[in-house]
Design a protein around this ligand. Structure first.
Ligand SMILES: O=C(O)c1ccccc1N[C@@H]1O[C@H](COP(=O)(O)O)[C@@H](O)[C@H]1O
Length: 219
């Protein structure tokens, strides 16, 4: 077992006070949601202002769901993103195309409900710079992520991929350390677990999440 600091992404920020809580608490990544159906959606102009509060060394991630090239261009013109997160049904070819178009590292989300879904992770490990292993949304869900739903973490036990990966789905300040220990994840992504209501981040929960994984011993 080694004790190491886990890198955390706080996703779906819409408010400068929440950005300050995330940065002050040691987040490695801040996520902005460019998906109008999400309660965490921000316009490019809003994200520009929030991004200005983020110091170098903390990565600014733009979350997109099956984005058009026009949307990618519009956002990238306004917001100095460091990474693109693709959270829709993008094919491996589309992941490569987005990477080439934006010139940014691409993190591809893969939904997991049961063991049969694990092959999807292998598929994207050859084209994405980072994998985001998230719970599959419930049937008919309005959002493909950000549902506060966890999957069976034991499915990932002992599994490794050729590229770095991040664990997401239903993480909270209460379960994040256990999730990291069980899966070996060295990076975690959280959205609804640090909110007081959908789209309303809670700075206390952001700080609690970040301190809960400090110094966790990993396999
Ligand atoms: O947060 C959203 O609104 C969202 C919308 C569309 C796709 C993904 C979204 N969020 C991502 O979902 C996972 C898990 O979120 P949660 O912690 O279970 O609420 C996370 O990667 C977010 O980046």
């Amino acid at each position: 077992m080694t004790s190491s600091d886990i890198r955390v992404k706080i996703c779906g920020l819409t408010d400068p006070g929440d950005v300050a809580a995330a940065v002050g608490g040691g987040a490695a990544y801040i996520g902005f949601v460019f998906f109008p159906k999400s309660p965490r959606h921000v316009a490019p102009s809003e994200a520009t202002l929030l991004a200005a509060e983020i110091p170098p060394g903390v990565a600014k991630v733009g979350l997109f769901v099956d984005p058009s090239d026009d949307l990618l261009d519009e956002v990238l013109e306004a917001v100095p993103l460091d990474m693109v997160q693709l959270h829709g049904a993008e094919s491996p070819e589309r992941v490569t195309a987005v990477s080439n178009r934006t010139g940014l590292p691409v993190m591809k989300a893969v939904g997991v409900r049961d063991a049969a879904d694990l092959s999807g992770i292998d598929t994207y490990s050859t084209v994405a710079d980072l994998l985001l292993i998230d719970a599959k949304p419930p049937e008919g869900a309005a959002l493909p992520g950000g549902n506060g739903l966890a999957f069976d973490w034991a499915l990932l036990s002992g599994r490794r991929w050729a590229v770095p990966w991040m664990l997401a789905g239903g993480l909270t300040p209460e379960n994040a350390a256990e999730a990291a220990r069980l899966t070996g994840a060295r990076q975690l992504d959280v959205s609804s677990g640090v909110e007081s209501a959908p789209g309303k981040k809670d700075p206390e929960r952001i700080r609690a999440f970040l301190s809960s994984v400090h110094g966790v011993s990993l396999p």
